[in-house]
Design a protein around this ligand. Structure first.
Ligand SMILES: [Zn+2]
Length: 290
């Protein structure tokens, strides 16, 4: 099964919902960046959050989800498209420490201060950036604060990993509930209570089935599905882009690279792919006008 995101509306409650399964994407990121367990767990959640937030966007626009913190993780960055392509990285790839259960589970990775910053495409070339300080030191709870502050829309994000002693990720699923303008705030908060536990329970049996997860999130409430988007790890980097970047350095610098290094190796920070411009490539770039 592939990762996907399903959108739905709980018609009687005026709550819209997205459920994302991100297990394969998170595992691809773990391999691509060679992440140690805790780095993989943090980035897996952040990729999940990126997918859920990108689904609120229109057309083929993107969102950038940034986290900066003074803990050993240092930060994370995810770039996600409404069309389902996700990429991202953790600043510290080597984080491996004991995480205890409970609400402060991720605090050892996040530290004592930090912020979440979201850049959203809100029109053709228009962008909107909004930030909140980390308060709960739980990615999901701090994202809920973000929505309350920046959009004044009651939102409940929950994410679930199921690590085993040999697998840091297990499965990675997430949900985002948002109250529609016609809905009732008290009802929403009642539904949001215990969301993480219900997601975890549903994920045990339906890890790859967002529709089944939706049935368990708000029991006995009818919902209408509004489409499904396949999710996948994808980057916009390419050999051609690396060549263009080298061209932009100018002939003198390219000549220096050729003489001192013989080739140019450029590793994309988003996806970990290393693009190589060989001696022949560099010579060709020097000979062809930009
Ligand atoms: Zn890349």
């Amino acid at each position: 099964m592939t990762d996907r995101l399903v959108r739905a509306v709980f018609d009687d409650l005026d709550i819209k919902a997205s459920v994302a399964t991100v297990t394969h994407t998170a595992r691809t990121a773990q391999i691509a960046h060679q992440l140690e367990p805790v780095s993989a767990m943090m980035l897996g959640q952040w990729l999940c959050a990126g997918a859920l937030m990108a689904a609120l966007q229109k057309g083929n626009s993107r969102i950038n989800l940034q986290l900066e913190c003074d803990g050993p993780l240092r930060g994370m960055f995810v770039d996600a498209a409404a069309t389902g392509e996700i990429r991202g990285y953790a600043k510290n790839r080597y984080l491996s420490l004991q995480l205890d259960e409970g609400p402060f589970r991720y605090r050892p990775a996040l530290g004592n201060s930090g912020f979440i910053s979201v850049l959203r495409n809100i029109g053709d070339e228009e962008y909107y950036r909004s930030s909140v300080q980390l308060e709960a030191f739980s990615l999901a709870t701090d994202l809920n604060h973000y929505f309350m502050r920046s959009d004044q829309v009651p939102t409940a994000v929950a994410m679930h990993l199921a690590p085993t002693p040999t697998d840091a990720l297990g499965l990675v699923v997430g949900v985002l509930l948002q109250l529609l303008p016609s809905g009732n705030t008290n009802t929403f908060h009642a539904v949001a209570l215990g969301l993480e536990e219900r997601l975890a329970q549903a994920a045990v049996f339906h890890a790859d089935a967002p529709t089944e997860i939706l049935k368990h999130l708000i029991p006995n409430q009818p919902f209408t599905e509004h489409g499904e988007t396949p999710l996948q790890w994808a980057c916009t980097c390419s050999q051609e882009r690396v060549f263009n970047m080298l061209r932009s350095l100018g002939k003198q610098e390219m000549q220096e690279i050729l003489e001192t290094l013989g080739e140019a190796k450029v590793t994309c920070q988003f996806c970990g792919t290393t693009h190589i411009a060989t001696r022949q490539d560099l010579q060709l770039l020097l000979e062809t006008p930009a």
